[in-house]
Design a protein. Structure first.
Length: 228
């Protein structure tokens, strides 16, 4: 008698630690915890209903993502985002995202085009969602397909490690009405350029988006020369 095979687990269930990390990350990104605010274990344990061990593990994980910093004598605080940090993040994004968009356009297939369109539709739907966390996840999914289509797996690993800080910047620029184009417009332009298979258009669309958000972040965070 043939032994029945086990069903493959497509999406492993989230652990308690994963859930707490997601909640804490979203709270920081959405501004529930402000930059420089102390993260005190006991209130966090009470609010989330978890042990100090889970909170400590979460804080260490978020420290590795750059969302939390540990100050001697003060403990964990929400990391501040400086203009210098933002510049580096945008520079890294520009290098990795333009390369991924160009290669993805070059590798375009009907299946890849359909997946990219589905991700864009989900992203557009998330703009109407009152919970910002859904928008950030949908945006990450959209970009993950671009990097996957390009075969740039290592580059995507780097982006994921920066994702917390990228999402903080994204939350900041999305809340500003001082933009030349909306985020939705930029995402559609990137989608259309990549799907067309035109590498120059793909590069230009990504650069136009990053130029726009870079300028907004510069005004909000303040370039060094503008600081008192």
């Amino acid at each position: 008698m043939t032994k029945p095979s086990l069903t493959k687990i497509e999406q492993p269930p989230a652990t308690l630690r994963d859930i707490v990390q997601d909640r804490m990350r979203e709270a920081i990104i959405e501004g529930h915890f402000k930059p420089g605010e102390r993260l005190v274990e006991r209130p966090l344990c009470d609010q989330l209903g978890v042990s100090r061990t889970v909170i400590r593990e979460t804080i260490r994980y978020l420290e590795a993502e750059g969302l939390v910093e540990i100050l001697p004598g003060k403990g964990p605080i929400v990391a501040r985002m400086s203009w210098e940090d933002a510049q580096q993040i945008y520079d890294i994004r520009r290098m990795l995202e333009t390369a991924a968009a160009v290669t993805c356009a070059r590798n375009m297939t009907p299946d890849l085009a359909a997946r990219l369109t589905a991700a864009l539709e989900a992203l557009n739907h998330s703009y109407n969602n009152v919970q910002p966390g859904g928008l950030f996840k949908a945006t990450a999914c959209f970009y993950s397909i671009i990097f996957e289509g390009a075969g740039h797996n290592i580059a995507w690993d780097i982006v994921q490690r920066l994702n917390g800080r990228i999402s903080r910047l994204r939350a900041m620029t999305l809340s500003s009405d001082d933009r030349s184009r909306s985020g939705q417009s930029h995402m559609k332009a990137i989608h259309d350029a990549i799907q067309s298979g035109k590498t120059d258009a793909a590069r230009a669309a990504v650069n136009a988006h990053l130029d726009d958000v870079y300028a907004v972040a510069e005004r909000l965070l303040g370039a060094p020369s503008d600081r008192p």
